[in-house]
Design a protein around this ligand. Sequence first.
Ligand SMILES: Cc1cc2nc3c(=O)[nH]c(=O)nc-3n(C[C@H](O)[C@H](O)[C@H](O)COP(=O)(O)OP(=O)(O)OC[C@H]3O[C@@H](n4cnc5c(N)ncnc54)[C@H](O)[C@@H]3O)c2cc1C
Length: 290
Amino acid sequence: MKAPAFDYAKPASLAAAFDLLERHGDEAKLLAGGQTLMATLNMRLSQPGILVDITGLSGDKSLSGIRLEDGKLVIGALTKHREIERSPLVAEHVPLLAQAVPHVAHIAIRNSGTFGGSIAFADPAAEYPVCAVALDATLVLVSRKGERKVPARQFFKALYETDLKPGELVARAEFPIQAPGYRSVFLELARRHGDYAITGVAAHAKVVGGVLSDVRLAYLGMGGIPMLARRAMAELEGKPYSADTVSAAQGALAGELDPTADLYSTAATKLHLARVLTGRALAALAGGTA
Ligand SMILES: Cc1cc2nc3c(=O)[nH]c(=O)nc-3n(C[C@H](O)[C@H](O)[C@H](O)COP(=O)(O)OP(=O)(O)OC[C@H]3O[C@@H](n4cnc5c(N)ncnc54)[C@H](O)[C@@H]3O)c2cc1C
């Protein structure tokens, strides 16, 4: 199938982009890397009247680049996956994200797809949303009215549904930089490398003398949004890493993850795989290998 006919505009400024969004309302769709949007157009899952191509705004600092600012690592929406993968700043200050990005699709897609496109699309099996939730990142959204900040944990509302309002764009994200004593582990299972994950875990904790604290466990592919497993986190909080604590955390997952069966895996299989990954992630956190 081919995409239905649409108009195309490439604004040279944010103000011009807001004008287009205002003029065309629901008929307008933002185009960033196109790696998700073009597929949905070709499958006729979406039939916008006009595509507003925001790649011409990459000179706007509020939407682009990777930098340290006020003790946070800031990633602009127009940053390509491959730039994140190759960034020494990301590797040093947000190692969870650095571990996650090679799992995002394939290199050809990572060369074009953008950070903001992935956050805005909000696929529950995508890697960035789950990292943002695990690390309690803040998303900065921009509209003609100005900017507003939304914690990632409040941004993802339901399957493919976010807190974005009409006329608003994802501008950038602010990630807390990893403090001394903290470790991060990202693990996922996919049928083939580069496919969307069956399940995965973003794990982050302070580890001192084998004792885990400030534990975060967030899961992809285990519900309509990135799932923060608060009960499992509580089972580990302030306790030394041991078979018993791991088992208690794995047991708690059943009550808070909500996987749905797909063509390849039942919900029970997904839950089992999430528990296995949790065991591996906690061992890696405690062992300090990641
Ligand atoms: C074969 C294949 C495999 C893939 N596997 C994975 C995977 O394993 N993990 C993964 O995370 N992703 C995967 N992807 C998706 C890929 O990461 C996309 O690049 C990403 O989801 C969307 O980014 P984009 O820049 O291409 O956005 P686009 O396709 O241009 O846009 C996607 C949606 O976001 C909106 N949008 C874009 N930018 C903004 C913004 N700044 N503010 C508000 N709305 C915006 C668009 O209007 C559109 O609705 C895969 C894609 C393909 C084709």
